[in-house]
Design a binder for this molecule. Sequence first.
Ligand SMILES: C[S@@+](CC[C@H](N)C(=O)[O-])C[C@H]1O[C@@H](n2cnc3c(N)ncnc32)[C@H](O)[C@@H]1O
Length: 404
Amino acid sequence: MKLSSKPTPQWLVKRIKQAGGSISFYEYMSLALYDPEHGAYSSGRLRIGKDGDFVTSPSMGPEFSELLAIQINQWFKHLQRDFVNSNRFSLIEIGPGEGHLIEDLIPALVSINPIIIEYLDFVLVEESQALKNKQKRRLSKFSKISITWKTLDQVTSKPLNGIILAHEMLDALPVERVVWKDNILWRQGVKLIQHNDNEFLSFTELPISKELVDLINKINFSYEIKIPPEDVNNGWCTEVHVDLARWLFKASQAIENGFLLIIDYALEANRFYSNHRPFGTIMSYKEQRANKSILDRPGECDITSHLCLETLILFAKENNWKLIGEARQGQALLSLGLAQKLYSLQKLYINNLPKALNKRETLLRLVDPLSLGEFRWIAFHTNRFNEFSDKEMKVDTRFLEVPD
Ligand SMILES: C[S@@+](CC[C@H](N)C(=O)[O-])C[C@H]1O[C@@H](n2cnc3c(N)ncnc32)[C@H](O)[C@@H]1O
């Protein structure tokens, strides 16, 4: 039996003992990331960026937001054209981390459409108070711009016209894991094991709940896939995104007319629920290192799971989101002008070679298929007046066009 490599922190030992000696993987991930005092996100212990625990595209520099701004501007123009009765629009970012994306998006939007800021409200939705504080500090320089922090429930109580961005946020939603063992599908759990006066963590199998079985059956039925796959090996396990449908429902309640752009790790169902992927997609990150030992250092590491593309689209459609399309980040950024940006560096920084090289490296990492270029951009729109119509509305979306 494989144990965590370090003794379990006492706060988690206490929680697991209070629960009777074992908890589900879902509860483990919730506690490790979001325990109000000790969770890696809630405590603000995780640092995002080149000098932190992991990088995200917006934390590498302004280049990502500058290209994204082209898409945001195109969609806002679309909303302005079609909803002239509204004089305010909102850009809602859910899970803004340390606030890098908005910090660079504001000047980027101003430079391509200087009057846009006059009718735009930026709304940040963040669960962690520690991260909220970091975001407030980072964005305090924009004192003349309308920036507010709200909970998703506050936004849903007064829906807005605008765009929701969720960048690397849904991969941090707690997931259930299921395990195929001795011809039975189990719910994965986490338990304590006493060893040399210390408590270590180990996986265990718990009976599967009816809700989990229903959800798996629904995914199987909708896409004619099999979870677990044919000829599955003993010990195969995977993730099930039990909170995704509820999140998409809430997001749809937050927007009257507008767009949802999800940028995240994602895989097609046949690659996700495959025999070639015997341990699912779950990983932990700390000090720029990816680690498969997800029971190590709970409360210190990020834990992430890929999304399943078809499941995401299925739940989104059930919640009034109409799919516009999806693309890999590499292609999306090339369509938004990354190649031209790369080419212009030599002219813009003719006297500053180190800066030009630095920017060049960032741009290349954003599209590298072995790195951030594999991220998926998945775009939806919603229009309350059109709620019951199946007719697809034509929405020009530059990131889906063939690059010049
Ligand atoms: C991996 S970080 C990404 C940060 C940022 N978007 C970036 O790309 O740099 C995940 C973020 O989502 C936040 N988060 C997780 N669950 C959330 C929820 N249900 N509502 C709002 N924010 C959430 C975390 O606190 C954190 O800010």
